[in-house]
Design a protein around this ligand. Structure first.
Ligand SMILES: [Fe+2]
Length: 388
């Protein structure tokens, strides 16, 4: 069969969207890696391209010639089963290949890919791999934005990425507690014709007790009250490892908050602005979300409670930390081959986040989507919603 026209269109649009995210950058911004969990923008550009070269072109396009035989080593991320790769912490030590060469790599692979798809019939399995490639690149678009924010936001000059970039859309609705009745709820992605990741499959039922969930995310103002009430100094609110983390890292506010002459500011991709008090809080770790909930004498929802209740509230501006550990659903099956490394091997020591954020790519959200991060990480647009 030929590739579906809508998928082909999405593929081309996605390749372009990645490059538009990088438009405001200067060449030097593409290169540095100020923290282990951040990747240099040029690495994202190369890696999302390598994915298509490795899993689509190399294995399926007759006579395909690699753009550069050394690129797989530089741009493989974590697929151990497809060869050697550069260690993650060294991604920022590569001045070569240069940015121009990586853009040339992108153009070459996009062209070879679209030519291949125009001229050839493909199997359903290959179409599925291309779809994963598109969604993989969309995930990297969000990482690109948050990595760029980290790179610029940790520069003492706090450079502006795009002065029109708006992070703080205010939800003007009144806070309410939504009551969800106890009972059995169906969790997971059951629709077989719509794309989802393997970790959402394994539809199953869970029993939930009666609970309440807030219709609104916690705002900066509410979190400021926690800080002013000494939340970061009260050991009783924190997990043991969280307490160690705030001491060692000298944490006393969300990431990107700056206090100057008693006034709070926040660094955004639009630059440094006075803290927008009514905006939803962001850039907190799971540890901080948990401590805040403790202080309020409430809790975070589980990912099942979130999924059962999500049709009753607005979501999509902040990833929402949940109380759930990232683990396989009943009947979870890891796909065969290298793409089985996509999700399954990360199901340890991480917490699930639900929803989406302002940085999430278009056509990349679902009510069953399971995002996951280690509990101390907070450079994504993470926020929190309370339950009780
Ligand atoms: Fe990746």
């Amino acid at each position: 069969m030929k590739i579906s026209p809508s998928l082909l269109e999405e593929l081309i649009a996605t390749r372009k969207a990645t490059e538009s995210i990088c438009k405001p950058l200067q060449t030097e911004d593409y290169v540095i890696q100020p923290a282990e969990f951040v990747s240099p923008p040029k690495w994202h550009l190369g890696h999302t391209t390598w994915f298509f070269e490795q899993f689509v072109l190399k294995e399926n396009a007759p006579g395909y010639e690699l753009f550069d035989k050394d690129f797989a080593f530089v741009f493989n991320s974590y697929y151990e089963s497809v060869g050697e790769k550069v260690v993650r912490t060294d991604r920022g030590n590569l001045s070569r290949p240069g940015v121009d060469k990586i853009y040339a790599y992108r153009s070459y692979v996009t062209k070879m890919l679209t030519d291949f798809l125009a001229e050839n019939e493909i199997s359903k399995e290959l179409e599925d791999v291309i779809q994963i490639g598109v969604h993989h690149e969309k995930q990297h678009q969000e990482l690109l934005l948050t990595d760029i924010k980290y790179i610029l936001g940790n520069n003492p000059l706090l450079p502006v990425y795009d002065e029109k970039f708006q992070e703080n859309e205010i939800d003007t609705s009144t806070q309410k507690w939504l009551s969800i009745p106890k009972g059995l709820y169906t969790i997971g992605h059951s629709n077989t014709y719509e794309f989802c990741y393997d970790n959402e499959r394994g539809v199953h039922q869970v029993y939930l007790n009666d609970f309440f969930i807030s219709n609104k995310l916690i705002t900066n103002k509410e979190y400021l009250e926690f800080i002013e009430a000494g939340g970061y100094k009260n050991v009783l609110l924190w997990h043991a490892e969280a307490w160690d983390w705030i001491q060692q890292e000298n944490i006393h506010a969300p990431a990107y908050w700056h206090q100057v002459d008693e006034k709070w500011y926040q660094y955004t991709l639009g630059g440094l602005i006075p803290l927008t008090e009514k905006a939803p809080l962001t850039h907190i770790s799971y540890y901080e979300a948990f401590a805040f909930a403790q202080w309020k004498k409430m809790r975070l929802p589980t990912e099942f409670e979130w999924e059962a209740a999500q049709h009753k509230f607005n979501w999509g501006k902040r990833w929402e930390w949940t109380e759930s550990a990232y683990s396989p659903y009943p009947n979870y099956k890891k796909p065969d081959g290298a793409l089985g490394e996509y999700n399954g091997k990360f199901m340890v020591n991480q917490k699930v986040l639900r929803g989406a954020s302002l940085a999430t790519a278009k056509n990349h959200t679902r009510i069953t989507y399971r995002n996951f991060f280690h509990p101390h990480l907070r450079w994504q647009f993470n926020g929190l919603r309370l339950a009780k």
